[in-house]
Design a protein around this ligand. Structure first.
Ligand code: PLP
Length: 383
């Protein structure tokens, strides 16, 4: 029953070869900029592409400052440090996410709390978060949100814009404000996605991007911290070994990290960013074709939430049940058309199965049913 879908996907990508879920494309100035770093010998921690990439991303997203780092996970780690997450703290996030979100919380010595997602965004539900806090938290006289049983601070909340679809940001900002919890957006998947006309990653105190090879644009490996200017200065300090500025002396004034993005990678990022709008356009066209092709079928195509313009980084369908999901995955992958189930819930992984959580009803329902379909930039957009 999935043969027409396989044929349809093959037609879009115009190939009999295996079709990946998402392939990077290099059809701009990628080669020229990367070669420029080699010719200049500035491939590493010094060079003009890092500054330029940071400025270009800040301008594109509309944030005050962007700080480039080695990958999205490192960006999240530092973002959590920037909002004061410490050992023993709790950080609210979704169980339906890529493991990096939770790992960054653990790197700080903090623990994740998993609350449910919304069905229409696939991202953290402000109502589920509010309900969990109502049942489990209080605000102390010092203004800190703490659990009622152990008194642990609930320092931050990390929503993730799943597959590029923005979470319900207005409501989430309001819940975070009321409970005095810092909002850190994991925008790794949502570069090019907007909520009510504003770029994702500009609603919280800090946000993070990823430029891994499978993201909408890539630097090989890379990430970015988005924040205001003042926080950005501290982000730069922390990600460059907390070195005190000096022409030749080495002095470090706190525990820092060697997380700076090399110039070589930043050069690729500058070239990729020049074509981002074209990539988003191509993905939105592919999403519209999927939606039309699947309308009336038993596979429900996932569309952008209202008031949002999604980058449709990875297209997704919701199957009727787990059996249909397994059949879809087996057939398409057997035919050389790569598809993938959504992540196993974080609350099931050995390192997080003891974490606090709510019922996760919708997360579990989606875990059984969501499948990603091939989403690379269409060939007609590569010329
Ligand atoms: C890709 C991704 C990251 C960061 O991944 P890196 O490979 O470290 O750049 C973080 N969170 C989510 C949800 C992601 O999809």
């Amino acid at each position: 029953m999935f043969e027409p879908l396989v044929d349809f996907i093959r037609e879009q990508y115009a190939t009999r070869d295996p079709i990946p879920l998402h392939a990077p494309v290099f059809v701009g100035k990628d080669r020229a900029y990367v070669l420029d770093t080699i010719d200049s010998t500035f491939v590493s921690s010094v060079g003009r592409y890092v500054d330029r990439f940071e400025q270009d991303v800040a301008r594109y997203t509309g944030c005050g400052r962007a700080v480039a780092v080695v990958n999205g996970t490192a960006a999240l780690h530092v973002a959590l440090r920037l909002v004061g997450v410490q050992a023993g703290d709790l950080v609210i996030t979704q169980a339906l996410t890529f493991v990096a979100t939770c790992n960054a919380i653990s790197y700080c010595g903090a623990e994740p709390v998993f609350v449910d997602v919304d069905q229409h965004t696939l991202g953290l539900s402000p109502r589920a978060m509010d309900a969990w806090l109502d049942a489990n938290a209080r605000i102390d006289s010092d203004g800190t949100c703490r659990t009622r049983d152990t008194g642990q601070p609930i320092r931050a909340c990390v929503p993730m814009h799943t597959f590029g679809h923005p979470v319900d940001l207005d409501a989430l900002v309001e819940v975070c404000r009321r409970w005095r919890i810092a909002l850190v957006e994991d925008a790794a998947e949502s570069l090019g996605s907007f909520y009510k006309g504003r770029h994702t990653g500009t609603f919280g105190v800090v946000a993070t991007l990823s430029f891994n090879g499978n993201k909408i644009i890539t630097t090989g490996g890379g990430g970015m911290i988005l924040c205001d200017e003042q926080t950005g200065a501290r982000a730069k300090h922390l990600t460059t070994t907390a070195k005190v500025a000096h022409p030749f002396a080495y002095e470090h004034d706190e525990l820092g990290y060697n997380y700076r993005l090399p110039n070589l990678n930043a050069a690729l990022g500058c070239a990729q960013l020049e074509l981002l709008d074209r990539f988003v356009e191509a993905k939105r066209v592919m999403a519209a074709r999927y939606a039309r092709f699947l309308s009336g079928s038993s596979l429900k195509f996932v569309t952008e939430p209202t008031d949002c313009r999604s980058n449709y980084w990875l297209n997704a369908v919701i199957c009727e049940d787990r059996a249909q999901r397994d059949a879809l995955l087996a057939h398409t992958n057997g035919q050389g058309v790569m598809t993938r189930p959504i992540w196993v819930l974080m609350s099931r992984l050995p390192m997080y199965k003891g974490a606090r959580r709510d019922e996760l009803t919708r997360s579990q329902w989606l875990e059984d049913r969501v499948v990603n379909l091939p989403s690379s930039v269409l060939p007609e957009y590569l010329r």
